[in-house]
Ligand binder design. Structure first.
Ligand code: BEZ
Ligand code: FE
Length: 291
C-alpha cells in the first residue's frame, strides 16, 4: 500500500475493507469504487472539474432540509431514481415511478366514490379503476394514497393558500377491489431549479418541467407496495419529463363525457358534476410480496 498507482488504487481500496464487512456492502462499494475510478480515468477528470462537482454537492448539502432534499433531486434528474425503480419493477405488474418530495403522511380517509375536488378550480375528473393481482383478481382492502397538484401546479405543502391536505386522500378498496374519486386535473410543474440541480439543468440546456400526474402509493397485505404516478397521454411534457418517470403502462386518458346520468350512484359528487366532465379509468396491478 506504500505505493499506490492509478492501476492499483481500486484494488487497494477493496483490500482495506475488513474481512467481516457485509458481503453486499463489500460488493456495492467495490463496484462503486471501480466505476468511479474508471470514470475519472476515462474522462481524465481535471482538478477543476472535480472541485466543481464537490461544490455542487456542498451547495446541495446547504440547501437540503426535511422538506427539500437536493440529493434526491440530483438522483432524479440524473435518471438514477428511475433506473432503480425500473430495475426492481416486477414483470406484469404496474410499474413504479418516483415518489417525489411532496408526499406527506396522514392524508384523510376518503370513502370509495368520495370527492377530492371540493372548492378547487379546474375541470372535474372522475378517476376510477380496480386494484388487482397479477392473476387479474380484485384485491380487497388495498389502501391507496393519492396526492396531486392544484391547477396552479403547486402541492398543498408548497402553497399557503391551499388548506392542509388539499387534494390528498387515503382510500381503501372494498371486496370488488374498486377505487373511485372525483378531483381536478393536476397541472404540469417544474422541479425546484433555484439550487445546484438547477445549475446542472441550465448548464446542459435542460428544462425543469414534469408532465402533470397523479401520485399513488398502493398497499395491500401480501403484496409489494407500489409507489407510482399516472400521466395523461396529451401532456406536452410526456416525452420530456425532467426526472424520467413516465412508463408506457402509466399513461392514461382524460375521456370527455357529457352525460352525468351514467355515473355510478356511489360517486358523491354525482349531482354536482359539471358538464362536460372527464373520466380516467386506470387499474393497478400489484405483485405478490417476496416470501
Ligand atoms: C414529484 O413528482 O412530485 C417530483 C418528483 C421528482 C422531483 C420533484 C418532484
Ligand atoms: Fe409530483
Amino acid at each position: 500500500m506504500r505505493s499506490v498507482t492509478s492501476d492499483t488504487v481500486t484494488q487497494t481500496f477493496v483490500d482495506l475493507m475488513a474481512p467481516d464487512t457485509s458481503p453486499r456492502l463489500r460488493f456495492v462499494l467495490e463496484r462503486l469504487a471501480a466505476h468511479l475510478h474508471d470514470f475519472a480515468r476515462e474522462t481524465e477528470l481535471t482538478h477543476e472539474e472535480w472541485r466543481t462537482g464537490i461544490e455542487l454537492l456542498t451547495k446541495a448539502a446547504k440547501i437540503t432540509t426535511p422538506e427539500r432534499n437536493e440529493f434526491v433531486l440530483f438522483s432524479d434528474v440524473l435518471g438514477l431514481s428511475s433506473l432503480v425503480d425500473m430495475i426492481h419493477s416486477p414483470q406484469d405488474a404496474t410499474n413504479s415511478s418516483v415518489l417525489g418530495p411532496f408526499h406527506i403522511t396522514g392524508a384523510p380517509d376518503l370513502p370509495v366514490g368520495g370527492d377530492l375536488k371540493g372548492d378547487n378550480d379546474g375541470d372535474t375528473v372522475l378517476v376510477e379503476g380496480f386494484v388487482k393481482n397479477r392473476a387479474g383478481e380484485p384485491i380487497e382492502g388495498a389502501a391507496l394514497e393519492i396526492w396531486q397538484t392544484a391547477d396552479n401546479g403547486l402541492y398543498s405543502n408548497q402553497d399557503a393558500a391551499q388548506p392542509d391536505y388539499n387534494l390528498r386522500a387515503r382510500q381503501v378498496t372494498g371486496p370488488d377491489g374498486r377505487y373511485a374519486f372525483t378531483t381536478i386535473r393536476p397541472a404540469p410543474y417544474t422541479v425546484p431549479d433555484d439550487g445546484p440541480v438547477g445549475t446542472l439543468l441550465h448548464a446542459t440546456g435542460r428544462h425543469p418541467w414534469r408532465p402533470s400526474h397523479l401520485h399513488f402509493i398502493v398497499e395491500a397485505a401480501g403484496y409489494r407496495t407500489l409507489v407510482t404516478e399516472v400521466f395523461p397521454d396529451d401532456d406536452a411534457y410526456l416525452d420530456a419529463d425532467a426526472v424520467f418517470g413516465v412508463r408506457e403502462d402509466l399513461i392514461m386518458q382524460y375521456q370527455m363525457r357529457t352525460d352525468a346520468s351514467t355515473i355510478a350512484p356511489d360517486i358523491a359528487a354525482r349531482d354536482r358534476m359539471s358538464n362536460p366532465y372527464y373520466v380516467v379509468d386506470f387499474d393497478f396491478i400489484l405483485a405478490e410480496a417476496p416470501e
